[in-house]
Design a protein. Structure first.
Lengths: 319, 321
């Protein structure tokens, strides 16, 4: 969580100084909900994870190396996307982390496919997780995939980070049900709601959801209520979020709240917190220093081939 | 033994399931029911647990195939009709088509599209979408015109490490027959000279190949010698074979059942004009279906798509230059 926050603060400053092109999309305020799911996944054990735009914390918790987001944001040819895709559209599918596309809800059925593959191959006990926001729940792709997972009774955990706004659109223009978790009953899956600003509650909720999915209880839908403490991207000042919402309990900063909890319980003191932060800053700076010295993508070195079977690429026919 | 085009597709899937444990079939009504066209008849019994009915969720069907392919499987997706693949357009072009380029991880799977018109099928069960999918990078688009190609190209498609849009023609399903299944074939991406000739080249594919052959046979009675090139693959396009044919004939007509704006015909002509302008003795022509939705009544439908008669007329015009 802390490393994600520190890294994203750095990425935001790199964007503002023009060193990152395209956009920077932060998970500020959503780190607890994001990481709480991912820490219950076992990457080396074969679990699969489809993070979305605000899941830097979850990605790092799942096991993503710090250098991957930095290389991807800077377009390094040494990163997993090699400058061919950027920012949050990154993944290592062979290592269980799928690379999201921008079209919302589209990753859920892809996780279903991995899970069905595991079933067909006779591999038990692995779970898949897909992350979406409130906006994605309005898409046909989300609905189709939830229903598909329920029909196949797949070990899928879907995390809905309900951050109250899809870009600028408030929830009352996004859905009309009382609570998004009510959707679970319609799909015939288990539903949970939790306070997305409360790390302990998020950990407990996802722990239970992942446990149930892993033991064969079918899909689990977890809805966390929280607020994105930034714009949609760093180009957006989020001025559409009313002050009353910002000041409500939804607007609590999960990292500050988690720190407070640690202090209250005596599990850490102020010096520990300061040390952790400075260590995170040090890690980010060290990796960033390495990446900025790396070569940039070279159009002359590109294959310009979108197929793995090279001789079928247009222009290379017969070559 | 007579093997229909549909039998060939069924047998290719049976063989793929038998020889490769990574293969599974997923689509609407394909398990116990055997598919709307019976292309998967009895496969669910023969291969228990590997032929699965899907909900009516085209987007999620293709999304699932992509996930399984990432994980090492070789799914075959049956769209009930090519027309319904528009509901999976995002997964096909944005997820499947971009995946290898973005991540370096290939997504080997096949989407079978029962394509093309038939009497009474109307606007939503008749479309030919090869040009649409060929437009996007990262996809291979195949169009078998013969029983033999339906069989071997589907088997080849399953073994290919990239996503394949397999456009099979519904009009050929029951009527097109061969004596037996083939044991060898041209590789994917190669066109075939379906009929050799010297006066003009028709470049076409799928059911239109048979209309073109009829037109060529009719003109042969008037001593015109028409070459017919069966593209087999809309992407990649075998430009070399086309140019070699135009070098022999000096004239080209492209025939496709898809809509006229842009597309496969336009692409072939652009390549011939760009790379073989000096070979041409006449302006290149193209013949597509009309730029309207595909009409229901057989009288209207017959006048909407190219036929042997309209191909013959177009060829006379081409030969008259």
């Amino acid at each position: 969580m802390l490393l994600a926050r520190v890294l994203e603060d750095k990425l935001a400053s790199l964007y503002r100084s023009g060193k990152i092109v395209g956009g920077v999309y932060l998970g500020r305020g959503q780190e607890a909900f994001s990481a709480a799911l991912a820490v219950h996944l076992d990457q080396s054990g074969g679990d699969v994870y489809a993070p979305l735009i605000r899941d830097m914390a979850g990605r790092l918790a799942f096991g993503e190396a710090l250098i991957d987001p930095i290389r991807t944001y800077l377009g390094s040819p040494l990163g997993p996307m090699r400058g061919r895709d950027g920012n949050i559209h990154r993944g290592r599918p062979r290592e269980g982390m799928l690379a999201m596309i921008s079209h919302l809800g589209a990753m859920v059925s892809v996780v279903n496919g991995v899970l069905l593959s595991r079933r067909l191959r006779g591999i038990p006990g692995q779970v898949g997780a897909a992350c979406v926001g409130d906006g994605a729940t309005s898409t046909g792709a989300f609905h189709e995939a939830m229903n598909q997972a329920a029909v196949e009774k797949l070990p899928l955990v879907v995390a809905v980070a309900n951050n109250q706004f899809a870009y600028s659109t408030p929830n009352d223009r996004q859905y009309a049900c009382a609570d998004l978790v009510d959707r679970a009953a319609g799909y015939g899956v288990m539903g949970y709601r939790c306070d997305g600003t409360d790390l302990e509650e998020c950990l407990d909720t996802f722990g239970e959801a992942v446990r149930r999915a892993r033991r064969g209880d079918g899909p689990q839908l977890v809805v966390g209520s929280l607020l994105r403490l930034s714009g949609h991207g760093e180009h957006d000042d989020a001025s559409y979020v009313p002050a009353s919402v910002r000041k409500s309990s939804l607007g609590g900063d999960c990292i500050e709240l988690a720190a407070k909890l640690l202090l209250e319980r005596g599990w850490a003191d102020d010096a520990d917190l300061a040390t952790w932060r400075s260590e995170a800053v040090g890690q980010v700076e060290e990796v960033l220093e390495q990446v900025v010295s790396e070569p940039l993508p070279d159009p002359m070195g590109e294959t310009w081939c979108a197929l793995s079977v090279r001789h079928l690429c247009e222009g290379n026919l017969g070559a | 033994m007579n093997v229909t085009y549909l039998d060939a597709i069924r047998e290719a899937q049976a063989k793929a399931l038998a020889q490769d444990e990574r293969v599974f079939l997923y689509g609407q009504d394909i398990a116990g029911f055997g598919g709307a066209f019976k292309a998967t008849k009895r496969l669910a019994e023969e291969f228990p647990g590997r032929v699965l009915d899907s909900p009516i969720s085209e987007d999620a069907m293709v999304g699932l195939a992509i996930g399984a392919a990432i994980d090492g499987m070789r799914p075959i997706i049956e769209m009930q009709f090519a027309d319904f693949s528009s509901l999976a357009f995002n997964q096909i072009v944005n997820q499947a088509g971009t995946h290898f380029y973005r991540t370096g991880v290939p997504v080997p799977f096949v989407i079978r599209l029962p394509s093309g018109g038939n009497k009474g099928s109307g606007p939503f069960h008749s479309q030919s979408l090869e040009s649409l999918y060929a437009h996007f990078p990262g996809l291979v688009v195949l169009m078998p015109a013969t029983v033999e190609d339906a069989y071997t190209m589907l088997l080849d498609a399953v073994q290919l490490d990239d996503p394949v849009i397999f456009c099979e023609h519904k009009l050929l399903y029951y009527h097109l027959k061969a004596e037996k299944l083939p044991t060898e074939s041209l590789p994917i991406g190669k066109a075939r000279i379906a009929r050799a000739g010297t006066h003009a080249t028709v470049v076409t594919a799928s059911a239109m190949m048979h209309e073109a052959l009829k037109a060529a046979n009719q003109l042969a009675e008037e001593s015109w010698d028409i070459e017919v090139v069966d593209l087999r693959s809309a992407k990649p396009i075998d430009t070399d074979t086309i140019l070699a044919s135009v070098a022999r004939t000096g004239r080209i007509l492209c025939v496709a059942e898809s809509f006229p704006w842009g597309g496969l015909n336009a692409e072939v002509i652009a390549r011939v004009v760009g790379e073989g302008f000096h070979l041409l003795d006449a302006p290149p022509l193209r013949l597509n279906s009309r730029d309207t939705p595909i009409p229901y009544h057989p009288n209207l439908w017959a006048a909407h798509r190219p036929t042997a008669a309209s191909i013959t007329t177009a060829l006379r015009k081409l030969l008259g230059f």
